[in-house]
Ligand binder design. Structure first.
Ligand code: HEM
Length: 210
């Protein structure tokens, strides 16, 4: 039997694709800014910096949309994103075993069935909570500080100066760049390779009974 469920509301889809475009642009322009002697995608160094700043503002604004929608409108932030003790102790291991073995043999059903109030499996929750509640806020805050160096000079001193802030910004950027291919690969592990992409685009998921 096939049933359709409305899994991804419009504000979440707008945030996700603006954020994806912004983060991919930040990674590419960031590579040119950090390694100008090896990377030149945008002609001049100045053009890469300008695009990096614009993409940073897009990511910051879309993050506010994500936080406002899930935190204030839907009030689902903790329920959807924060893993429970049970998720960490048992659920994540069960899900990893499914992805490593049974997904390929097709002999066991996925232990997690998504619904609007329980969208993510324990592995997704673990990854998404770190990405959305630690790494993305950190990259936004360090980026905004680097963008406003002069007025924040005194405050910067307290946190170890520009080098420390730039170092954190770079390390978090590396983690986000590494997240992208993993995220893309895991997103293709639905009952068809694009099954999880569809609700991220249309909002609706075709739910199959096995
Ligand atoms: C080109 C890049 C990207 C593609 C193709 C992509 C694809 C997808 C797909 C197919 C889903 C739905 C399946 C799932 O929940 O795993 C999804 C969800 C999600 N993605 Fe991405 N993504 C991209 C970039 C990003 C980036 C840069 C971030 C964060 C920094 C991100 C964070 C998330 C989160 C948190 C969800 C769950 C959203 C929700 O339903 O609340 N994605 N992504």
């Amino acid at each position: 039997m096939q049933e359709r469920i409305y899994l991804t509301p419009t504000p979440v889809r707008i945030w996700h694709w603006l954020n994806a475009l912004g983060i991919v642009t930040l990674c590419v322009t960031g590579a040119q800014i950090r390694f100008p002697e090896y990377v030149n995608f945008f002609g001049t160094y100045k053009a890469a910096i300008r695009l990096h700043h614009t993409a940073g503002i897009v990511v910051a604004l879309s993050f506010i949309l994500w936080l406002f929608y899930y935190g204030v409108v839907a009030k689902m932030l903790v329920k959807l994103y924060v893993p429970t003790g049970e998720d960490l102790k048992v659920g994540a291991i069960r899900q990893a075993i499914f992805y490593f073995f049974y997904y390929f043999t097709g002999t066991k059903e996925n232990p997690h069935q998504e619904s609007p109030t329980n969208k993510f499996n324990p592995m997704q929750k673990g990854a998404y909570v770190v990405i959305m509640m630690v790494l993305v806020p950190l990259i936004i805050v360090t980026g905004l500080v680097l963008l406003n160096l002069e007025p924040l000079r005194e405050l910067l001193h307290v946190f170890g100066g520009v080098r420390v802030v730039a170092g954190i910004h770079f390390l978090v950027a590396c983690a986000l760049c590494a997240f992208l291919p993993t995220h893309f690969y895991l997103a293709t592990l639905g009952h068809t390779p694009f099954a999880h992409f569809k609700p991220m685009w249309t909002g609706w998921e075709d739910h199959h009974d096995h």
